[in-house]
Design a protein around this ligand. Structure first.
Ligand SMILES: *Cc1c(COP(=O)(O)O)cnc(C)c1O
Length: 424
């Protein structure tokens, strides 16, 4: 469910026609719906009502301050994967005691920052990381609350680039080593073992792999408790998928996901931590773009947009499907296959291949849907294309929540070394 729909033939974000924003902000731009963000968070939170659940929004999906704050106001915590995200979450008003820190390569400086902030939990992914965290915590005279991220070796049946829970992936500690590593962790000063963590991948569209992974984790908790570890928290990660393509079977509803979690984990009486990212932000955002040219190729027609892979990488990186629709609602069902591409000098700069699209002409606006997660955050200035602005809508209000930098800003980031100055 989202709040982007045609009204009187014009695509709206909540009560604002997207063409109004396009005319004032210019294209391309990202546009997010507050109502959709809030709705997704509430549906998810409601699904877990009655369970001791802490919902930590995975900030990497969309880390704009306005997005994080919108969710923080709803009570969301944050799952962060860098000091930058930690500081963003804190700056947006997420209390430290609702922040968990994940990621395979936390530096000592990042650990120190998180310990100073007093975060809820470190999700530790290796023995060397555990040693480093122990040292940093001891040097500060504090204890770090730790869950080890275990790799359950489960196939999440999603795109290989967003699968994280198979044994060949870099994430987590090997299942077979978990017992020994917990024993070591228990003996390390500065470390307080509080839980077990798992995250098997992203855009999962069926509950089977979750059931497999969570069942294994539940068994592990029972075993670890038997060994004397005081395991009170179970972090089950994120990964619940969203619909991208109209006509696809809908992914599991959060209610069913939550029921599965309850069924499997209730006997343990743990605090459950959940880290949804895409589910909250994915369908809460669109990328609005303008057609620059329509070009007749030898064997196909190209619709060339002013948005490109540097603005939205998912199609190039993950072969991801995104619906593309005109801001002006087509009046009939006439469709012809076209390639929708960007202007970047890369063959991979393609949003859609042989996609049946209504007639489009230069100057028309289109919206690339489901671009709220892993969109703006992955953007780069490749081809010296300034990052595109982000806009947040709430009802009939909208605000630019990250302005478009100028090309001059971009150039001003570079510095000439002394030997190149004044030699133009
Ligand atoms: C990316 C990530 C998430 C969020 O995944 P979604 O598929 O966006 O829900 C949660 N936890 C960890 C550890 C992650 O790396």
């Amino acid at each position: 469910m989202h709040h982007f729909e045609y009204r009187d033939g014009a695509l709206h974000a909540e009560d604002v026609p997207l063409s109004t924003i396009a005319d004032t902000v210019g294209t391309p731009f990202y546009c997010y719906s507050s109502a959709t963000l809030v709705r997704h968070y509430r549906v998810f939170a409601k699904a877990f009502e009655g369970q001791k659940a802490l919902i930590c929004y995975a900030v990497k999906a969309n880390s704009n301050q306005a997005v994080i704050r919108t969710l923080a106001q709803e009570g969301a915590g944050a799952d962060v994967v860098s000091e930058g995200e930690l500081r963003r979450a804190l700056a947006a008003g997420v209390p430290a005691e609702r922040i968990v820190f994940s990621g395979v390569g936390k530096t000592r400086a990042e650990m120190a920052a998180a310990l100073d902030a007093g975060i809820h939990q470190f999700n530790v992914e290796s023995e060397p990381e555990l040693d480093a965290l122990s040292e940093v915590a001891v040097s500060k005279g504090v204890e770090a609350p730790v869950a080890m991220r275990v790799n359950p070796d489960v196939d999440p049946r999603t795109h290989e680039k967003i699968s994280t829970g198979k044994k060949e992936n870099k994430f987590g500690v090997p299942w077979s080593r978990a017992r020994d590593i917990y024993a070591r962790a228990a003996g390390l000063s500065g470390i307080r073992v509080v839980g077990v963590d798992v995250h098997i991948g992203s855009q999962l569209t069926d509950l089977g792999p979750f059931r497999e992974a969570f069942s294994r984790v539940v068994d592990l908790v029972a075993m670890l408790r038997g060994e004397g570890h005081d395991i009170r928290r179970l972090d089950l990660g994120g990964g619940l998928g969203i619909p991208y393509e109209a006509g696809d079977a809908p992914p599991p509803h959060p209610d069913h996901y939550a029921a599965l979690v309850r069924e499997l984990t209730q006997p343990l009486d743990c605090e459950i931590i959940l880290e949804p990212g895409r589910l909250i932000a994915g369908n809460a955002g669109v990328l609005v773009s303008r057609v620059i040219y329509v070009k007749e190729g030898e064997s196909r027609r190209f619709v060339i947009l002013d948005a490109a892979m540097n603005d939205l990488l998912r199609p190039s990186l993950y072969d991801a499907y995104h619906e593309i629709i005109p801001l002006n609602q087509p009046t009939d069902d006439q469709r012809a296959p076209v390639d929708v591409v960007g202007p970047v000098c890369e063959t991979g700069d393609v949003f859609a291949k042989a996609r049946p699209m209504p007639p489009l002409a230069a100057g028309d606006y289109v919206a690339i849907l489901s671009a709220g997660a892993y969109g703006a955050v992955m953007a780069s200035a490749y081809n010296s294309r300034p990052l595109v602005p982000e806009v947040l809508v709430r009802g009939s209000d909208y605000a630019v929540i990250r302005p478009r930098p100028s090309v001059a800003d971009l150039i001003a980031q570079d510095r000439l070394p002394p030997w190149l100055e004044n030699r133009a």
